[in-house]
Design a protein around this ligand. Structure first.
Ligand SMILES: NC(=O)c1ccc[n+]([C@@H]2O[C@H](COP(=O)([O-])OP(=O)(O)OC[C@H]3O[C@@H](n4cnc5c(N)ncnc54)[C@H](OP(=O)(O)O)[C@@H]3O)[C@@H](O)[C@H]2O)c1
Length: 350
């Protein structure tokens, strides 16, 4: 029996997703094809903790205070952890056993400092998995090339549609297939709000529910103003359409100005108003949008409601291929990271 590879994990950003990943790793221990130790964690308010021999993950799942070293590092916490940990784990990096898990907040203007975290990690020989859309939305091609040169993985399955396999569906399950367009309802918070508004629930009430469930972005204006949907559209366009765009290039309209009366009229006419992210390549031209759209009743995206997400890809060999997530949330997002860790460990076991 081949021993399971051991992974040394560095968690950059210990918020809702990072903490849920630590508990999910624990809950899934009997089905993981790898063993793991938590070498380091950091957050803006908690600071940095690093121990090459491994921290006690149970202490960090619910940590409210660092009680340890270098508190108050602020936005430099990620850089501080990586600067300390990666040289100390040089041998483990060289063997391909170190994974940086990037779960800091989305910066919809530049994707930083997440992109810097990814570059630093790959250059030191660590793999990167991230739930943060910033790196692939702003710098997919550069980071993918950097990972390729280093012989390391740069994976971001949970950046779009939480844990369902959007990117691995295309790269692993549909080899050689070309995607010419995509169209999806991929922002759970806005989908939930619009569905609730159809029932007469005020936008602010529905948004508060999404915040309470940890699904809304830390800054919820990123959801209601369409930045999250635009960032996801940029990731999908960069990966599937070989575009070289950022979220700033996406034509974007959020749901902030959706009139509840107009929304109910659309619903009464049998249509559904949803925040749709879509893009298509036509020769050398790529266009990418994120905006509320009134969908006809027979549109497959019109049945997407509540916490559901769906994405349809137009492909050459397979026609239209769709993937639906019925329940989105923190567990699903953490699972996407766990699935990426599993992919890395399988590669190591070969
Ligand atoms: N929540 C979801 O359902 C979901 C789904 C898919 C993708 N995502 C993505 O996953 C990422 C994490 O989401 P979340 O819900 O876990 O957010 P969150 O609860 O706000 O956690 C973010 C964490 O990052 C830390 N942080 C921010 N900037 C940092 C820096 N420069 N260095 C070190 N740590 C830093 C924060 O520290 P402090 O708390 O100490 O300030 C916090 O611990 C985001 O990019 C989000 O877009 C989330």
């Amino acid at each position: 029996v081949t021993p399971r590879p051991s992974l040394h994990l560095l968690v950059v950003g210990l918020g809702r997703v990072g903490r849920r990943l630590l508990s999910l790793l624990d809950e899934s221990h009997d089905r993981l094809p790898f063993t793991w130790s938590l070498a380091g964690v950091c957050s803006r308010s908690l600071g940095v903790a690093f121990d090459p021999a491994g921290l006690d993950a149970a202490d960090w799942r619910g940590a409210t205070a660092m009680g340890a070293t270098r508190a108050g590092a602020g936005t430099a916490a990620g850089a501080a952890l990586l600067d300390e940990a990666l040289p100390a784990l040089r041998r483990e990096c060289a063997a391909g056993h170190v994974v940086v898990i990037e779960t800091t907040v989305l910066d919809a203007a530049r994707g930083e400092p997440a992109i810097a975290h990814v570059r630093t990690a790959l250059d030191a020989g660590a793999h990167v998995v991230t739930a943060n859309k910033g790196p692939a939305a702003f710098a997919f091609h550069e980071l993918a090339a950097r990972a390729e040169r280093a012989g390391r993985a740069f994976l971001f399955e949970s950046a779009v549609m939480d844990g369902v396999p959007v990117f691995s569906l295309a790269t692993e399950a549909m080899p050689g297939v070309r995607v010419s367009a995509f169209r999806g309802v991929v922002n759970t918070t806005c989908g939930y709000i619009l569905t609730a508004m159809e029932r007469g629930v005020p936008m602010a009430t529905a948004l508060a529910e999404m915040q309470a469930q940890g699904i809304a972005e830390a800054d919820p204006t990123l959801d209601v103003d369409g930045w999250d949907a635009a960032a996801k559209a940029a990731v999908l366009a960069n990966v599937f359409l070989d575009a070289r765009i950022t979220p700033l290039d996406v034509s974007r309209t959020g749901i902030r100005d959706v009139d509840p009366e107009a929304l109910r009229r659309v619903a009464a006419a049998g249509q559904r108003l949803r925040l749709v992210s879509w893009g298509r390549r036509d020769g050398a031209r790529v266009e990418v949008h994120a905006a509320p759209v009134a969908l006809a009743a027979d549109d497959p995206l019109a049945v997407v409601s509540g916490l559901e997400n769906a994405l349809y890809l137009a492909t050459d060999h397979l026609g239209e291929v769709g993937i639906v997530q019925r329940d989105g949330g923190l567990t699903q997002t953490a699972y996407g990271l766990l699935a990426d860790l599993t992919r890395i460990s399988r590669h190591l076991a070969r």
